[in-house]
Design a protein around this ligand. Structure first.
Ligand SMILES: Nc1ncnc2c1ncn2[C@@H]1O[C@H](COP(=O)(O)OP(=O)(O)O)[C@@H](O)[C@H]1O
Ligand SMILES: [Mg+2]
Length: 439
């Protein structure tokens, strides 16, 4: 492997809720193989997509090194322009082109590239001298075209990872998609030239829909949320590395609370260890307890309660005067149904019990929004089962907390943190009361 971690293992290297997993990396064979194949195929551009937390970044960071010695990464943010992304990549190639010794005097192609890199670099520096802020908009020098960036990148043998592709505006996406096309056309010249776009569920469609012809030359790799078995495997690895043991019942609860999201599993396991004072690999096997788990959940809720509140504020904010308060109706219906979630038409039936005139057209238009960041992304949609559900069980419990508070005619703002914690805990442990047909 391309990393070194000291033994005895540190608990923070084992359970990694906010970093790519290394020690506990679970090989998800079929996805990994298709990624490695696409990485090895000259000219193949790659789109890796899936829910946030499904393991895209981890997958890539564990597999890239098998094929590439180096890569550069650009992170997209809302409002970022195509030019900014191009310049970001260009800037990151500087170490390669600044290193004069790397270029043999005889390699004229590389020498030419190296000098044109310097010309562009100079032009960029001059265009930004009067701008100081981080968000500066540097003007793209005319020499920095998609073709020239492709050549700089191709000659460096690095690939380019674009993280969070879904965050840029659609006009810029279209231009990025054309950039992919330029890179494909440069493939005969530079075999390793490759862009890997990582993004949310819709990313693949957004990249490819702009050009049907590109479909063949793009590998679309979906990273699904983890299966229960994969979550168990993370715990297995953690147990061995730290010489600890989770009680059987706790394992079941962790799987249920994680609901396919590996980072929740990592965080709960880490919290349990912290609570039990386990900082590194144990000499004698240490048995964790139910109590450690209960504390771990409290710590988790304490950490996420502000972001839960913010997400629901975004979701429930009424942006325009409409006949129905769609967000509220959807949240309520989902909070009162099975945690697996509901298909749209069943959701509609449930809403109509509250609001008989509510229509499928309104629901269809609104539910999409609740999957997006602007509306707090409180829901997830599983295209295999066709079910809409809360993003994870903590979101669901928070939704139930809001309903609970509403029926008591106060508002969630008047609730103290301990009160919110108490409610969420209560709802997390509750079973679904009413079972409706799910599909
Ligand atoms: N294959 C895996 N094995 C073990 N842990 C994983 C795996 N994939 C992801 N994780 C863990 O899940 C969390 C989210 O992964 P990440 O790669 O950041 O997801 P994404 O990029 O899709 O949002 C991280 O805590 C990471 O350590
Ligand atoms: Mg990621």
């Amino acid at each position: 492997m391309n990393f070194e971690i000291a033994v005895p293992y540190d608990v923070y290297d084992v359970f990694t809720p906010s970093q790519p997993a290394k020690l506990t990396f679970i090989d998800r064979a079929s996805i990994n193989d298709s990624l490695v194949n696409a990485l090895k195929t000259p000219g193949k551009q790659i789109v890796v997509y899936g829910h946030s937390g499904s393991g895209k970044t981890t997958l890539l960071s564990n597999k890239l090194y098998q094929v590439y010695d180096g890569h550069i990464t650009s992170r997209c943010m809302k409002g970022m322009t195509f030019e900014q992304i191009m310049i970001d990549a260009f800037d990151q190639l500087a170490p390669y082109y600044d290193d004069q010794k790397a270029t043999k005097k005889t390699d004229t192609k590389k020498l030419n590239l190296s000098s044109s890199y310097k010309v562009i670099k100079l032009a960029l520096e001059n265009s930004s001298t009067f701008e100081t802020s981080k968000t500066e908009k540097r003007i793209l020098p005319p020499q920095l075209t998609p073709q020239s960036l492709g050549r700089f990148l191709g000659s460096s043998d690095k690939c380019w990872v674009i993280e969070d592709f879904h965050k840029v505006d659609s006009s810029e996406k279209q231009r990025l998609s054309q950039l992919l096309k330029v890179f494909m056309d440069l493939a005969p010249e530079y075999k390793k030239l490759k862009i890997i776009c990582l993004g949310a569920v819709d990313t693949a469609r957004q990249v490819v829909s702009y050009d049907e012809e590109m479909k063949r030359r793009i590998a679309e790799i979906q990273v699904p949320l983890m299966s229960d078995d994969e979550i168990h495997q993370i715990m297995n690895k953690g147990e061995i590395l730290l010489n600890i043991s989770f009680p059987h019942t706790v394992r079941g609860k962790i799987v249920k609370h994680a609901c396919g999201v590996a980072s929740i599993c990592h965080q709960l396991c880490l919290n349990m260890c912290i609570n039990a004072d386990i900082n590194e690999q144990q000499k004698d096997k240490f048995l964790l307890s139910e109590n450690d788990f209960d504390t771990a959940v409290k710590m988790y809720i304490d950490d996420v309660s502000d972001s839960l509140r913010a997400a629901f504020d975004k979701a429930l904010k009424q942006r325009a005067k409409t006949k129905f308060d769609s967000s509220k109706l959807i949240v309520k219906a989902l909070a009162l149904s099975h945690e697996r979630g509901l298909a749209r038409l069943n959701l509609l039936k449930r809403i109509q019990e509250d609001a008989p005139a509510y229509t499928d057209a309104i629901l269809k238009g609104h539910i999409k929004k609740l999957l997006e960041a602007e509306y707090g992304a409180i829901l997830r949609y599983d295209s295999d089962s066709g079910l809409y559900s809360f993003k994870d069980p903590f979101y669901r419990a928070y939704a139930q907390t809001i309903l609970h508070v509403e029926s008591a005619e106060s508002n969630s703002e008047s609730l103290s943190r301990p009160a919110i914690l108490k409610h969420i805990l209560l709802h997390l442990n509750e079973f679904t009361v009413i079972e409706y047909e799910d599909r």
